[in-house]
Design a protein around this ligand. Structure first.
Ligand SMILES: Cc1cc2c(cc1C)N(C[C@H](O)[C@H](O)[C@H](O)COP(=O)(O)O)c1[nH]c(=O)[nH]c(=O)c1N2
Length: 270
């Protein structure tokens, strides 16, 4: 299917390209999921997650991209209280160690942050990366071995977004000694624990990242991290100037009003 949509200003470019195949409402749903996704630590309710919903979010994760189609992930679903408690203890040790690494002025703020929901969430999942899943030579990984780990991260993001669309909260916890985590979950040597996430129904989703609300860090202006032709480089090109102006306008709206669906309903005007 081809489309005549778009407002490309370069007359030499053909205007025949594939339509997205998404209706406005479908596109809106995707952007809404992205912009309202939150890292959830403290709003879990004890309600069980249905097998149907869990199957869907795991499926979304499993259909993530992966280097050389390696699919290096496993999803270790943890529900037993005893296992969770062991992981929670691991968190506490690492959390106390981490507190001492911040400068004194920030230590209290750090201590007051809630950074996990291991016991409160009904489901924990460890997403792993089996570095030997597809043999020693993998398309796309030959010069950058870490690509398999990146692939598992793509699965985590799919899972996170699918969970949000299901109304399930998900929180990523990484404050652990990973060697000990491997031992609790019986991961073989070749397998890396990429992410440990807490999943469950929530009382509500917060509007902004908790670290932002707590004054820990602010969202960076996107324009500061979009570079041209080289790292940290600006550009005099009119296209770059228009793009940066658009980015400023879009981000200003999102930061002041939250995402309101404008990306989908009128993409050229937003
Ligand atoms: C690799 C990685 C690792 C962690 C996180 C994220 C990622 C990507 N985040 C969540 C993180 O704090 C959060 O994403 C940001 O603060 C932004 O907030 P939102 O996700 O937009 O709500 C996270 N959160 C937390 O409470 N404890 C943790 O250990 C971690 N670890």
């Amino acid at each position: 299917m081809v489309s005549m949509k778009g407002n490309n200003m370069d007359q030499s470019v053909s205007n025949t390209y594939a339509d997205s195949g998404f209706a406005d409402a479908e596109r809106e749903a995707l952007y809404k999921t992205i912009f309202t996704r939150r890292d959830v630590r403290g709003q879990f309710t004890p309600d069980p997650v249905s097998e149907e919903a869990l199957s869907r979010v795991l499926m979304a994760a499993h259909y993530a991209p992966s280097v050389g189609f390696m699919q290096p992930w496993n999803f270790v679903v943890v529900r037993a209280k005893e296992t969770k408690q062991k992981v929670r203890d691991l968190f506490q040790t690492a959390h106390d160690e981490a507190a001492n690494m911040f400068e004194e002025a920030r230590r209290d703020t750090y201590h007051n942050l809630k950074l996990e929901g291991i016991m409160e969430s009904p489901i924990n999942i460890c997403i792993t990366c089996d570095r030997d899943r597809a043999g020693p030579v993998v398309i796309g990984r030959t010069h950058a071995p870490v690509m398999d780990v990146y692939s598992s991260v793509c699965a985590v993001q799919n899972l996170w977004l699918a969970a949000r669309a299901e109304g399930l909260g998900l929180g990523w916890v990484s404050i652990f000694n990973h060697k000990h985590l491997k031992s609790i979950l019986n991961l073989p040597d070749r397998v890396i624990p990429v992410a440990y996430v807490c999943l469950g129904h929530v009382s509500h989703f917060k509007d902004k990242p908790e670290l932002q609300t707590a004054g820990w860090r602010r969202r960076l202006p996107l324009g500061d991290v979009v570079n041209f032709e080289g790292y940290d480089q600006g550009s005099d090109d009119p296209y770059a100037a228009r793009l940066l102006a658009q980015i400023r306008e879009d981000q200003e709206k999102i930061e002041t009003q939250g995402y309101r669906g404008d990306f989908a309903s009128d993409p050229s005007a937003f």
